[in-house]
Design a protein around this ligand. Structure first.
Ligand SMILES: Cc1ncc(COP(=O)(O)O)c(C=O)c1O
Length: 438
């Protein structure tokens, strides 16, 4: 259909019409022509239970009859209070929850909290932010500055505040002359070197467990823990972004516990509401929170708030979502379902244009190359995303690629049958697309 909407991250000239989704049930989206598409990207990595889950719909309906929205300015409400308590319960060492309505904002809040913490305690020199290259933290200005993915954001480079970007080990792309282990040591040494010389470093920001949008780069064992230890040693705050990787995506409810790295600030989003309504949360330790307490005229409080901060409908569905994680033992189920990805690993890697396959939990990235030796990315005239969307649609799956990476990010509760279907249809999609892309 013709669209008056300017679609996200889209070359609008390339799309003269868009597939219109008219309903969705379980793992399937149905378009206006009656085609069914298996949701291979969990509707932008956030859907947990599939679509139209009765318990989640009921939670929204029930809450909508009481109060749909009331602000958190001077007021509170039951679902947001209950959710904050629930989030604190699952997040070791976290003490308070600040709400927002999308992941980019949750990260902006994290940066503001981290910077102001040092100001509040009188350490005014500590103003610099360090982060990992290829990290992604959202599309707002602060998030672009910290999560600077050059391919996405180089047009704004001059307007972004400066950050210190640290190289990150990616097993598939280790610079010449290094082993994987050597390169990990190189990155860690670089961090320590800067921490030990520069007292102005306020915080280290990274995605927890893996970089997703920056190329599905799963961190090597111990990498995050080492950074966390360095942060403690040199008195630098650790800010973790679990927006895409927490809540089971990588196989654990909270990724930082699996990584044995305790943050000072952590952000959740995406799957928080099961993918039904918009909400994100920034959690902080007691140390950070306490530094914001004082007399009103000390002006130590956090100057941040959004219209829909702590929306009760979103909170109600998030509470129900968390209940369902328990009721259906989702994390245990994921551990079993995610093994299916491994069965397809070799088959995918053998495909002519596949250079590498990376997988953890319910996330897989398939890197497409022109030539397996040179590892040069495929670079067709038309966008890779459009080609794969169209070919995927013919196979009955909904795919969205990121650069030259096919992302497989299904709803977490996908059945084993449906995951098998998604993966085998992805192989067929790559096979049918390969002649168009090389
Ligand atoms: C790790 C990470 N952080 C932050 C964001 C931004 O979240 P949102 O798109 O809700 O603003 C994303 C979105 O993909 C993400 O993957």
């Amino acid at each position: 259909m013709k669209s008056f909407v300017w679609h996200p991250n889209t070359q609008m000239k390339e799309w003269d019409s868009f597939t219109k989704i008219v309903k969705a049930k379980g793992m399937w989206l149905t378009d206006s022509d009656g085609n069914n598409l298996l949701d291979g990207v969990a509707s932008m990595w956030c859907n947990v239970w599939g679509h139209s889950k009765p318990e989640l719909i009921n939670a929204i309906t029930k809450q909508s009859k009481k109060i749909q929205h009331t602000s958190m300015f001077n007021l509170t409400n039951a679902p947001t209070e209950e959710l904050a308590a629930n989030l604190i319960k699952i997040s070791p060492r976290m003490h308070r929850v600040f709400y927002s309505d999308n992941g980019s904002s949750a990260m902006e809040i994290a940066f503001k909290m981290g910077l102001q913490y040092w100001n509040n305690i009188g350490e005014k020199k500590k103003t610099k932010i360090m982060a990992l290259e290829k990290g992604y933290h959202g599309d707002t200005f602060g998030s672009m500055a910290v999560g600077y993915v050059p391919e996405f954001f180089n047009k704004f480079k001059n307007q972004l505040f400066s950050t210190i970007q640290i190289p990150v080990p990616n097993k598939y792309k280790i610079p010449k002359g290094y082993s994987y282990q050597d390169y990990q040591n190189f990155c860690i040494d670089k961090i320590e070197n800067i921490f030990s010389k520069d007292e102005k470093i306020a915080m280290f920001v990274m995605e927890s467990g893996a970089q997703v949008a920056g190329g599905v780069n799963i961190f090597p064992e111990g990498f995050q823990r080492k950074i966390s230890k360095l942060c403690k040693k040199y008195d630098v705050l650790l800010v973790l972004d679990e927006i895409a990787t927490g809540f089971g995506r990588l196989g654990s409810m909270v990724q930082y516990t699996e990584q044995r790295s305790i943050p000072d600030i952590v952000a959740y989003g995406k799957m928080l509401t099961g993918g039904y309504l918009t909400m994100a949360a920034t959690l902080t330790s007691k140390k950070i929170y306490k530094s914001f307490l004082g007399e009103f005229n000390d002006r130590k409080h956090l100057f941040h708030g959004h219209t829909f901060t702590g929306n009760p409908l979103s909170a109600a569905v998030a509470n129900e979502n968390l209940k369902l994680y328990q009721k259906y033992n989702l994390i245990k189920k994921i551990k079993k379902t995610s093994k299916i990805f491994e069965e397809y690993y070799e088959k995918i890697l053998e495909l002519k244009i596949v250079g590498d396959v990376r997988h953890k939990g319910m996330l897989m990235g398939i890197e497409l190359v022109k030539n397996k030796q040179s590892k040069i990315p495929i670079h067709p005239k038309k966008s890779i995303n459009k080609i794969f969307f169209e070919e995927g649609k013919k196979q009955g799956i909904y795919l969205r690629t990121l650069g030259n990476i096919v992302m497989i990010v299904p709803p977490l509760a996908i059945s084993e049958n449906e995951l098998n279907m998604l993966l085998s249809r992805t192989i067929e999609t790559i096979e049918s697309a390969q002649n168009q892309v090389v």
